[in-house]
Design a protein around this ligand. Structure first.
Ligand code: AQP
Length: 332
């Protein structure tokens, strides 16, 4: 059976981008057709300036939202990265295979390091090495597929390179995984700046639809989305990124196709109105289930406990064989 692994960082409140680009597909498709593991990658949240209490809060919230979005612990494994030591054990070995130049070429590193410097902060070494930990997250489980949005594809490519290099140098140890992208909404853009990704750790609140935004807040944000001075509704990602982003969101929420939807509208106002309502409808069941799960914290804790046990048992043999292959003696 195909093994699928993917993760989500508790660095902010989860967004419509996380949902349409990743979470929805995990729940609707991946958990049903594969042996799937979904991880709240809390160690990655420590790579930038963070408040410990907030990370704890966001980790619980991300778990609850993953379950609310439809992940079923009977069908897949849901767990916290920091509960399974194999991730950091393997990460060190992969650091011995990766190069400094590879890390510095990562687009997310460049963008996030620049953001940290702009805020007057220093750049943590873990921000530079984070793609290696991500590679360990994936390789520890022998994942065949990694369903991600566009922004993570480069990191999955790096994971493939590290797996191939390790296998060539030390003998076959890792499955070489591949990234899979959603057909629509692989990159949901910020509503106020449609040339940047809708990212949960951005500060620009009005441009980001959060999964727990009230319907009226969603409507307001979508109605105020930046478009352009034109009038015709056309799907042109380069020339009219704001309108294209709305069409992508509408298509992802209604199951349509952005190009054909463009032909249906003769004004930006009507497009925005329908997009807002489509988003409200997509988020409604997630929000309802999230409220129910908030009343069951013991259930959520139990999901994480069982998930960590299953994940540990699954990762340990691969990580142990990587330790042996690279030249380390087993403990006596
Ligand atoms: N805007 C997006 N459009 C489509 N997919 C997206 N994803 C994230 N944003 C979009 C996908 O959601 C999954 C989980 O994301 P993550 O938490 O690992 O990464 P992130 O959202 O990129 O989070 P950061 O780095 O903490 O903060 P921001 O969001 O500010 O960059 C991934 O599959 C991702 O592709």
């Amino acid at each position: 059976m195909t093994r699928v692994f993917s993760g989500i960082k508790p660095t902010g409140h989860l967004t419509l981008g996380n949902y349409l680009g990743a979470m929805r597909r995990w729940a609707e498709v991946d958990q049903h057709r594969s042996d799937a593991l979904f991880c709240i990658v809390d160690l990655h949240a420590l790579t930038v300036d963070h408040d410990p209490a907030r990370v704890r809060r966001l980790s619980r919230q991300a778990t609850t939202l993953l379950l609310a979005s439809g992940l079923e612990p009977e069908l897949c494994t849901v767990f916290l990265q920091s509960h399974v030591d194999e991730h950091t054990r393997l990460s060190y070995l992969l650091e011995c295979v990766a190069t400094d130049g590879e890390m510095r070429r990562m687009i997310q590193y460049k963008e996030k390091a620049a953001r940290e410097r702009l805020r007057g902060g220093s750049v943590r070494l873990s921000l530079l090495t984070y793609p290696v930990l991500m590679a360990a997250d994936i390789l520890a489980y022998g994942a065949d597929e990694v369903p991600v949005g566009d922004d993570q594809v480069q990191h999955v490519e790096l994971t493939r390179d590290l797996a191939v290099r390790f296998n060539q140098r030390y003998g076959h140890t890792f499955t070489v995984p591949r990234a899979t992208r959603p057909e629509v909404a692989a990159r949901v853009m910020n509503l106020q700046d449609p040339t940047s990704k809708m990212g949960k750790s951005d500060d620009s609140g009005p441009g980001i639809v959060y999964l727990l935004d009230e319907p009226d807040v969603v409507r307001k944000k979508v109605m105020r989305a930046v478009t352009d001075s034109g009038r015709d509704v056309e799907y042109d990602r380069e020339g009219r990124p704001g309108v294209a982003n709305l069409l992508d969101i509408l298509a992802a929420c209604t199951g349509g196709n952005p190009e054909s939807l463009a032909a249906v509208y003769d004004s930006y106002g009507a497009l925005k109105k329908d997009t807002a309502e489509a988003v409200v409808e997509v988020l409604r069941p997630v929000q309802t289930r999230h409220r129910e799960l908030c009343a069951e914290p013991a259930y959520v804790e139990e999901v994480l406990r069982i998930g960590a046990e299953k994940a540990r048992a699954s990762a340990r043999p691969t990580v142990d064989s990587a330790y042996r292959a690279i030249g380390l003696l087993p403990p006596v």
